[in-house]
Design a protein around this ligand. Structure first.
Ligand code: MTE
Ligand code: MO
Length: 344
């Protein structure tokens, strides 16, 4: 059941849970209601972050060391690449997220670019891998760590504002969200934001880890494989909830919209089930990496069942598709969301 005050468990062990819809109405999601996704059991972290690989200056950092560096705060919307997997048919393997594996938090930490600069990456570096302290059996592997990579260029770019975050909504990171520190990669699907960060290594060849090359990739039926990178545009309807009964009169539909190639420039709603799209009010972004609020005043005159759809378009011209772009592992389903309500 969707309770307004608790997460909805998608899997108990390891703990994976979606935000309740009501929690997504606020600009910032309460930490206790921010979705949680993990591939392994919560790890023990020894409190050290080791920077190694193809660098001139290897070192380790503790939380205290990070806290002494210039502090950077960013509000970032994170969405799981598997969000709305349940909308794909046939249902791909993986957690069956309905559509609330998305949340927004105020993260504080240090810029990854500053840490990497101190390490002095070698001239032939091409990628940077990020390893979490979490590990365990995974498919054919007996024991592997969660690890992901970014290009060295992206990791070193101060304008990309990638954080090594140690605080979330003004509190130290909790265990579920990656204590003592994690990566937060703005604009990318949240898989890039490695939790329980333990190692950062500069590599002279592309990273081939399982979570980079065998998972979190789009395996299209008709096109070459692509990596999962930027969040695709999506509009969520946060009020009303699917299936509720509303009285006749004026009702303000509300929601959120975001895109990794954003900002979102238009949200359109459709109240007929057909292609009659009408522009919603869309708030300008309150920051570069966070969702935007949208609303639409709906004059409810006719009793009966009504459908509501909302569709986002971003500044790069990307529009949500009407139906899911199916891929074998079920990532990036940003098909237009549909709810229906009963009018009395
Ligand atoms: N170490 C580690 N980091 C991880 C993961 C993981 O399993 N292990 N899962 C990733 C995925 S798939 C998502 S969607 C986000 C979820 O972040 P959250 O739990 O803070 O919402 O963490 C990412 N970082
Ligand atoms: Mo994810």
């Amino acid at each position: 059941m969707d309770s307004p005050n608790s997460l909805t468990t998608v899997r108990a062990e390891p703990f994976n849970a979606e935000a309740p819809l009501t929690a997504l109405q606020a600009p910032i999601t309460a930490t206790s209601l921010h979705f949680v996704r993990g591939n392994f059991a919560l790890p023990d972290h020894d409190g050290r972050l080791t920077i190694g690989g193809a660098i001139a200056n290897p070192f380790t950092l503790t939380l205290d060391d990070l806290c002494e560096m210039p502090r950077k705060e960013l509000v970032v919307t994170l969405e799981c690449a598997g969000n709305a997997r349940l909308g794909q048919m046939p249902l791909p393997v993986g957690e069956p997220w309905t559509g609330n594996a998305v949340s927004t938090a105020r993260w504080a930490g240090v810029l990854l670019s500053e840490v990497l600069e101190k390490a002095e990456p070698s001239a032939d570096g091409v990628a940077v891998s990020f390893e979490g302290a979490d590990h365990g059996p995974y498919h054919e592997h007996t024991d592997i760590h969660f690890a992901r990579s970014l290009s060295l260029e992206h990791a070193l770019d101060p304008a990309a504002e990638i954080l090594i975050a140690y605080a979330m909504n003004g509190e130290p990171l909790n265990a579920d969200h990656g204590a003592p520190f994690r990566l937060v990669v703005p604009r990318w699907y949240a898989v890039a934001s490695v939790k329980w960060l333990a190692r950062i290594d500069v590599l002279t060849a592309p990273f081939e880890g399982t979570f980079q090359t065998a998972r979190y990739i789009y395996e299209w039926p008709d096109r070459p494989i692509q990596p999962v990178t930027l969040m695709r545009p999506r509009a969520k309807i946060t009020a009303p909830a699917h299936g509720v009964t509303l009285r006749r009169g004026s009702y303000t539909l509300r929601g959120k919209a975001w895109s990794g190639s954003g900002p979102v420039t238009n949200v359109d709603v459709c109240l007929t089930g057909e292609g009659d799209w009408r522009a919603a009010e869309l708030e300008p972004p309150a920051g570069p990496y966070q969702w935007q609020e949208w609303s639409f005043v709906w004059d409810l005159r006719d009793p009966g069942r009504h459908t509501v759809r909302a569709r986002a378009t971003d500044a790069a011209g990307n529009v949500q598709p009407e139906s899911p772009n199916w891929n074998r592992l079920g990532y990036g389903n940003n098909a237009v969301e549909l709810i229906y309500v009963q009018v009395q």
